[in-house]
Design a protein. Structure first.
Length: 75
Protein backbone atom coordinates (compact mmCIF):
# COMPACT_ATOMS: atom_id res chain seq x y z
CA UNK A 1 0.00 0.00 0.00
CA UNK A 2 1.32 3.40 -0.98
CA UNK A 3 0.78 6.34 1.34
CA UNK A 4 1.08 9.85 -0.12
CA UNK A 5 1.32 12.89 2.15
CA UNK A 6 -1.56 15.32 1.76
CA UNK A 7 0.91 18.09 0.83
CA UNK A 8 1.70 16.16 -2.35
CA UNK A 9 -1.92 15.71 -3.39
CA UNK A 10 -3.88 18.03 -5.63
CA UNK A 11 -7.06 18.85 -3.76
CA UNK A 12 -9.66 21.60 -4.16
CA UNK A 13 -8.44 23.09 -0.86
CA UNK A 14 -4.91 23.29 -2.27
CA UNK A 15 -6.24 25.25 -5.24
CA UNK A 16 -8.05 27.69 -2.95
CA UNK A 17 -4.83 28.18 -0.92
CA UNK A 18 -2.72 29.03 -3.98
CA UNK A 19 -1.38 32.60 -3.59
CA UNK A 20 -2.06 33.66 -7.20
CA UNK A 21 -4.99 31.52 -8.26
CA UNK A 22 -6.72 31.12 -4.89
CA UNK A 23 -8.63 34.41 -4.43
CA UNK A 24 -10.27 34.30 -7.87
CA UNK A 25 -11.09 30.60 -7.56
CA UNK A 26 -12.47 31.03 -4.05
CA UNK A 27 -14.90 33.71 -5.28
CA UNK A 28 -16.09 31.53 -8.18
CA UNK A 29 -16.38 28.47 -5.91
CA UNK A 30 -18.43 30.32 -3.28
CA UNK A 31 -20.80 31.63 -5.95
CA UNK A 32 -21.24 28.10 -7.32
CA UNK A 33 -19.76 28.93 -10.72
CA UNK A 34 -17.17 26.12 -10.55
CA UNK A 35 -17.02 22.71 -8.90
CA UNK A 36 -14.13 20.72 -7.39
CA UNK A 37 -13.07 19.13 -10.68
CA UNK A 38 -12.90 22.43 -12.54
CA UNK A 39 -10.80 23.96 -9.75
CA UNK A 40 -8.23 21.19 -10.12
CA UNK A 41 -8.25 21.50 -13.92
CA UNK A 42 -7.58 25.23 -13.61
CA UNK A 43 -4.67 24.56 -11.25
CA UNK A 44 -3.10 22.00 -13.59
CA UNK A 45 -3.46 24.36 -16.55
CA UNK A 46 -1.84 27.25 -14.69
CA UNK A 47 0.92 25.05 -13.25
CA UNK A 48 1.77 23.75 -16.71
CA UNK A 49 2.46 27.31 -17.83
CA UNK A 50 4.45 28.44 -14.77
CA UNK A 51 8.24 28.37 -15.17
CA UNK A 52 9.21 27.04 -11.72
CA UNK A 53 6.22 24.91 -10.81
CA UNK A 54 6.25 22.14 -8.23
CA UNK A 55 3.60 20.36 -10.29
CA UNK A 56 5.25 20.69 -13.72
CA UNK A 57 6.80 17.16 -13.74
CA UNK A 58 3.44 15.67 -12.75
CA UNK A 59 1.61 17.59 -15.47
CA UNK A 60 4.23 16.51 -18.00
CA UNK A 61 3.64 12.85 -17.08
CA UNK A 62 -0.12 13.24 -17.51
CA UNK A 63 0.38 14.67 -21.01
CA UNK A 64 3.06 12.12 -21.92
CA UNK A 65 1.11 9.04 -20.89
CA UNK A 66 -2.26 10.33 -22.06
CA UNK A 67 -1.15 11.33 -25.55
CA UNK A 68 1.78 8.97 -25.93
CA UNK A 69 4.21 11.79 -26.63
CA UNK A 70 5.19 15.14 -25.24
CA UNK A 71 4.18 18.28 -27.07
CA UNK A 72 4.98 21.89 -26.36
CA UNK A 73 2.92 24.95 -27.05
CA UNK A 74 4.97 27.63 -28.76
CA UNK A 75 3.84 31.08 -27.70
Amino acid sequence: MLVVPLDLAITPMRVLQDPLLGPACRAMFEEGDVDDRLLMMLLLTVERLRKNSLWKPYVWLIVFFTLGFRFQIVL
